[in-house]
Write a protein that binds this ligand. Sequence first.
Ligand SMILES: N[C@@H](CCC(=O)N[C@@H](CS)C(=O)NCC(=O)O)C(=O)O
Length: 231
Amino acid sequence: MIDLYYWPTPNRHKITIFLEETGLPYTIKPVNIGKGEQFAPEFLAISPNNRIPAIVDNEPAGGGKPISVFESGAILQYLAEKTGKFLPTDLQGRTEVMQWLFWQMGGLGPMLGQNHHFRNYVGEKIPYAIERYVKEIERLDGVLDERLADREFVAGAYSIADMACYPWIVLHERQGQNLDDFPSLKRWFETIQRRDAVERAYAIAKTVNTAPPGMTEEAKKILFGQGRRSK
Ligand SMILES: N[C@@H](CCC(=O)N[C@@H](CS)C(=O)NCC(=O)O)C(=O)O
């Protein structure tokens, strides 16, 4: 029913976690971003920002033409509304989940992405950039740790806000963070890590990209410094 345009990176795990949690049928359509497949016109028609993940729902609620969605936060919201799961319908509960989902989309995700870039991918190490992002991640992880000090999950019951944050916290060592410094975050992380659906989502990732970890020079050329797409 759902086509998932996918390559195993943190933003993609969010969606496979949701799909595995709900049992919604889906087909993975691999898009090898290290080989430039995200620039294929058919993919750009679905995801104009040349980024994965994206989905096509071939059986939208109420019938009609297939609906495509790009941006992982919008996809999580769409799927939660479609299934009626992991997003409360009452105003208070829904607002709480949505603000943490936006917090992840606007803060945790992009900042962790920059941190990865400067710590792990750039040949020339730039101390100012590394320190800026490591400090910002420390701040954001601290915000999440405080939030989780008196509750089990980020916003009420386990929700799309947790699914959005978790895949980025998985990478804590590569982010220069030690989860022992964030005890509530660590407890939350371990709780989610043990969920069967989360284990399945991460197992799927290994079957899609079987290349050894790390980024090839070819992939770096494609992914970094893209500039405006030629027409
Ligand atoms: N805000 C987007 C970010 C998506 C994103 O950055 N995707 C990366 C992989 S982590 C990508 O597709 N990169 C391909 C490219 O840069 O051309 C989301 O959450 O969906």
